[in-house]
Write a protein that binds this ligand. Structure first.
Ligand code: UD1
Length: 420
């Protein structure tokens, strides 16, 4: 296992390149199952989750090759229709193969994912989506077994207790691309990653309208062909780097990012007193003082992303007053708070709400990462804290951030990866 050793406080300064969005690439790789012909995906981020998706596709007989950052996926020949427990339990996004396998082969067996550190994550809306396309869905031996061919278009409302679902919207959109007739998804997720998946499916020959709005319409086609695509930049990584600039009272240029996808995040950074300039595919973030208190409530896009809640909680922990952060998407997503408190933060949790009494400075400590974004929050806290911080279990972080220590080290952080 690896851990990070961070010596703080440091002030970050310089230019850092953001990677391609993990959450766009994962469904796009699964969508390659919809065609027999080769698909080529450019600028793939070199991440553990991307490796896991490649491993899953290979385990089903798909040819996956990676040259530099270009991945070629060929789902011709004999394809297994099963996603095994061993892979699905490591990465929930394995679920994305359900829609494509079902639509192309009329048969998909996908292990039910297990628990998750950020709270219950049901798959009922994924199943509702494919059932509305005429699939028969059974639970057998811990696996979802979905069958039905041909699928037929249908109208459905994919809204759960916390609002729309990115994953269920994406899965249903992929399956509906090869269903007969028209599908209407109501209460669809509006996230940029859903728009990007629609863009890739359209490049494969799908007929989709309304992506990026709550009503997506898909006219099924008989077959989809191979396509070449470059997915969007990672808005969550860009937001994390922006917080790195603010928490260290530094000045960072973040290249290869899409400021249009970060409206809510830029708004809260400015409320916290940071200066944010936007340009074509870049952001410049600087701060000279402790952050001002801010109220944040996570929400589906275009609201404030749950995937940046932990990082902003770390920032507001050194704020000049009391901030309130409410988590509306994943109820138990506060594992980072106890670790931040061990670094001297004063944060109380009450149900879905964290009340943060800003302290002047955090102090370095040994802390343990519990999930991907919580790990990022601890790294950010370590950059700002006085003394040495040791962040253990960074395999969570490696799932979604490519060489974060090199990126941060390149702009002045004292951070080192150590195997133990
Ligand atoms: C995706 C992102 C994740 C992000 C999340 C919300 C990927 C690989 N992951 O996850 O980083 O935090 O969107 O922006 O893109 N829900 C149900 N039933 C379902 C599915 C979801 O009730 O069948 C609930 C969830 O428990 C949650 C809410 O809907 O409360 C939103 O989840 P969803 O948008 O589906 O998240 P993911 O697609 O899993």
């Amino acid at each position: 296992m690896d851990k990070f050793l961070i010596h703080g406080p440091t002030r970050l300064e310089g230019s850092v390149a953001n990677s391609t969005a993990k959450n766009a690439v994962l469904p796009i790789l699964a969508a390659c199952l919809l065609a027999e012909e080769p698909c080529v995906i450019h600028e793939v981020p070199l991440l553990e989750d991307v490796n896991t998706m490649a491993r899953l596709l290979r385990s089903m007989g798909v040819k996956v090759t990676l040259r530099r950052r270009t991945m070629e996926i060929v789902a011709g020949g004999d394809i297994e229709h099963t996603a095994d427990y061993d892979i699905v339990r490591k990465m929930r996004a394995s679920y994305y193969v359900l829609g494509p396998l079902l639509a192309r082969f009329g048969d998909a067996r996908v292990s039910l994912p297990g628990g998750c550190a950020i709270g219950p994550r049901p798959v009922d809306l994924h199943l509702k989506g494919i059932a509305a396309l005429g699939a028969e869905v059974k639970l057998e031996h811990g696996y979802i077994h979905a069958t039905g061919r041909p699928l037929r278009g249908g109208t459905m409302l994919l809204e759960g207790a916390s609002g729309p679902s990115v994953g269920a919207t994406a899965n249903t959109m992929m399956a509906a691309s090869l269903a007969g007739g028209e599908t209407v998804i109501e209460a669809a997720a509006c996230e940029p990653e859903v728009i990007d998946l629609a863009g890739f499916l359209i490049a494969m020959g799908a007929k989709i309208e309304g992506q990026g709005t709550p009503v997506i319409k898909i006219k099924g086609v008989k077959r989809l062909h191979g396509a070449e695509y470059r997915p969007i930049p990672d808005r969550i990584e860009a937001g994390t780097l922006a917080v790195a600039a603010a928490i260290t009272r530094g000045n960072l240029e973040i290249t290869n990012c899409e400021p249009e996808h970060l409206t809510a995040v830029i708004d809260r950074l400015r409320q916290a007193g940071a200066t944010v300039e936007t340009g074509k595919r870049r952001l410049i973030v600087s701060a000279g003082k402790r952050p001002e208190p801010v109220t944040i409530a996570t929400a589906p896009y275009p609201g404030f992303p749950t995937d940046l809640q932990a990082q902003f909680t770390a920032l507001l922990a050194i704020g000049r007053g009391a901030s309130v952060v409410t988590e509306n998407v994943f109820e138990a997503r506060f594992m980072h708070v106890l670790e931040l408190n061990r670094m001297g933060a004063k944060i109380d949790i009450n149900g879905r709400t964290a009340v943060i009494q800003g302290v002047e400075q955090l102090s370095g400590a040994q802390v343990m990462a519990s999930d991907l974004r919580a790990s990022a929050a601890l790294v950010l806290a370590g950059l700002a804290a006085r003394g040495d911080t040791e962040v253990q279990r960074i395999y969570h972080l490696d799932r979604g951030y490519e060489s974060l220590e090199l990126k941060l080290g390149g702009v002045g952080a004292k951070i080192e990866r150590v195997s133990y």
